[in-house]
Design a protein. Structure first.
Length: 136
């Protein structure tokens, strides 16, 4: 399903001049709603395409440890905006950016419903890495 969620965003990536790469260690099974997890992953990939910089690339990485990471190499995002975190509904890094600010809030809800950890880190060299770590 991770490949399907990534593939749904390919037209957006092509229109933005962004390459998408899917890396994995083979099939990884997680328990939960395939639809909800797919929506969460689509939101992560779409955010990375929109905010990762035009002409860049997005990497979706799946580890055998059940960790799924979406990596971009753009300007990066902070984790807080005036006391609000990027995971709160309607939080946006730039007020003039596209979107409603719901993407990461949806991802946070999907993670919570599945007992998954959610982390946001700076990508070495610039950008943002958002990871979902599903329980064993």
């Amino acid at each position: 399903r991770i490949a399907e969620a990534t593939a749904r965003e390919v037209p957006t990536a092509l229109a933005s001049g962004v390459d998408i790469e899917l890396r994995g260690e083979g099939p990884v099974m997680v328990s939960g709603s395939p639809q909800a997890i797919g929506i969460g992953l689509s939101n992560l990939v779409r955010n990375a395409i929109q905010h990762g910089g035009s002409g860049g690339r997005v990497v979706v990485e799946v580890a055998a440890s059940r960790r799924v990471s979406v990596i971009d190499f753009g300007p990066g995002i902070g984790t807080a905006y005036g006391g609000r975190t990027v995971m709160e509904p309607f939080a946006r890094g730039k007020q003039d950016s596209a979107g409603t600010g719901l993407g990461l809030a949806i991802v946070a809800q999907v993670a919570a419903l599945h007992g998954a950890g959610l982390s946001i880190e700076e990508t070495p060299g610039g950008g943002t890495t958002v990871s979902l770590s599903f329980p064993q």
